[in-house]
Design a protein around this ligand. Structure first.
Ligand SMILES: Cc1cc2nc3c(=O)[nH]c(=O)nc-3n(C[C@H](O)[C@H](O)[C@H](O)COP(=O)(O)OP(=O)(O)OC[C@H]3O[C@@H](n4cnc5c(N)ncnc54)[C@H](O)[C@@H]3O)c2cc1C
Length: 447
């Protein structure tokens, strides 16, 4: 019988476990947290249900979320996305570039100026080999859209200099602008581009943790951190146990796996970078602020505000907050140099004595003050406040990524180590892809 060891018990690891058990493999799952689920977990506090920051299930290849596990179809509802962008105190519909007509002046005039070429029939720009993301934004979307939204928003989200990033590699997230949608948005209408990810799925009466429950609620796991992956097909875990394997499926972050392998592979790890997210969960008395109205989330590009996104869980599902209250998630991008250290989910306490603006109580105070200044929160009504750091959160598709990641994944696979999941493959994928990709990795195991 094949001896399979799976590293990491997020949705990717659980999906691999489920598939491997069904195929009759002898499986051991290793997860460093007491609970499985990774980023797809929910927390219940004081009558509120919070996710590990906003997690909404967008399906592309699966007809219904219940098919991703043993789910009851009635436990899910399909929701039409309501997202906006906060610009100079005004909420305009998202995506920004397809609603230019709704922008306040003088932002509107500056943005329109830069898209005239699209309206006059010039073909939209496509990324060129070696082009950086910022240069591509200016060429494709114009200087106005870049300066007022794409640059400040993505600098906050990715917490890095956009000239480090490869436009070609990121093209699937920033496709060339659709001239028809730009023109429709200028006229105040909803262009075709406005329908991107137009719907998502969410559990009825519960948080996104329901997905884990239906995927593999009873997956037994060795609760330990992986410390070494030896060349003779043994995994060493923190309690000293050694787990021999025929095949290894790793869903832990690729830099951590490379480090655990040691030698030349470990030397590759520092070349990979990602931003983190400091995530705040707030339970608040009363209805949401008028600016949030019935929105699910709001993109915030203004560089003077600390967060890049604010979402309202209870606008997605009223069951997530007690009657008469609402619940928010607030996300702040954290640079790689701050996040290299605390593992995913560790309370974001910061290093003792740190004066770093992203650490300690200073960030919480700043986030609350910024929410109040932006008109999104009355801090006096906060009933519950949780915060944690997600690290890594957003992989940096920089020029080193192209040199390191594909070759490293191929080298590992040749030695029976198969990587899956968002961080295992050092990629940018959502929950559906993580689940399906990990199951496919099991199907593809030789022998
Ligand atoms: C801010 C943010 C918002 C997101 N929003 C959405 C969304 O709305 N919709 C969507 O579809 N996707 C969203 N995602 C993506 C989604 O979270 C991922 O696609 C999915 O959680 C990936 O699952 P995974 O199992 O690959 O990774 P993870 O959930 O990170 O699981 C990895 C597991 O490995 C464990 N682990 C790590 N290192 C070790 C070690 N050394 N030893 C043992 N165990 C270890 C971890 O504890 C964790 O449980 C979002 C991601 C972020 C960061």
């Amino acid at each position: 019988m094949t001896k399979l060891v799976i590293l990491g018990g997020g949705v990717a690891g659980l999906s691999a476990w489920r598939r491997a058990r069904a195929a009759g493999h002898d499986v051991t799952l290793v997860e460093r947290c007491p609970r499985t689920g990774g980023l797809t977990r929910s927390i219940h506090v004081g009558g509120y249900t919070f996710d590990y920051t906003g997690h909404f299930l967008h399906l592309a290849a699966t007809a219904h979320p219940s098919l991703l596990g043993d789910g009851d179809p009635d436990h899910w509802k399909q929701v039409t996305r309501r997202a906006g962008c906060l610009v100079d105190g005004v909420v305009v519909p998202a995506p920004f570039q397809y609603h230019l007509g709704a922008l306040p002046e003088p932002v509107r005039a500056a943005c329109i100026d830069g898209v005239r070429h699209l309206l006059s029939g010039v073909a939209p720009a496509r990324p060129e080999r070696g082009e950086d993301l910022l240069s591509y934004f200016v060429r494709a979307f114009g200087p106005g859209v870049t300066a007022h939204f794409l640059k400040p928003y993505n600098e906050k989200l990715l917490a890095t200099d956009l000239t480090r990033l490869s436009a070609e590699r990121l093209n699937r997230f920033f496709p060339a602008p659709d001239p028809v949608a730009v023109a429709a948005g200028l006229a105040g209408g909803e262009g075709g581009g406005g329908t991107y990810n137009a719907t998502f799925w969410y559990p009825q009466g519960d948080g996104i943790g329901r997905l884990v429950d239906q995927l593999a609620p009873d997956a037994p796991h060795a609760h330990a951190t992986v410390t070494a992956v030896e060349p003779d097909r043994r995994v060493v875990i923190a309690d000293g146990r050694e787990l021999p394997y025929t095949h290894l499926i790793s869903t832990i972050p690729l830099p951590d796996l490379l480090t655990a392998c040691g030698g030349a592979r470990a030397a590759l790890a520092p070349r990979l970078s990602a931003s983190g997210v400091a995530a705040f969960q707030l339970g608040v008395g009363g209805p949401p602020a008028p600016l949030l109205r019935d929105l699910h989330w709001l993109y915030v590009a203004d560089p003077s505000l600390s967060f890049f996104r604010v979402g309202c869980y209870s606008n997605v599902s009223a069951a997530l907050a007690p009657p008469g209250c609402h619940s928010l998630y607030v996300e702040v991008g954290v640079p790689a140099e701050v996040t290299s250290g605390p593992p995913t989910g560790r309370p974001f306490a910061g290093r003792p004595g740190s004066q770093h603006p992203f650490e300690g109580a200073a960030l919480t105070d700043r986030v609350l003050a910024d929410l109040a200044r932006a008109g999104l929160l009355d801090p006096g009504r906060v009933e519950v406040l949780l915060r944690h750091v997600i690290a890594p959160a957003y992989v940096h598709f920089d020029f080193a990524w192209e040199q390191v990641v594909p070759a490293a994944l191929a080298d590992l696979a040749a030695c029976g180590i198969h990587c899956a999941g968002r961080y295992g493959r050092w990629d940018y994928v959502g929950m559906e892809d993580a689940i399906l990709g990990a199951a496919a990795a099991v199907d593809a195991l030789p022998g």
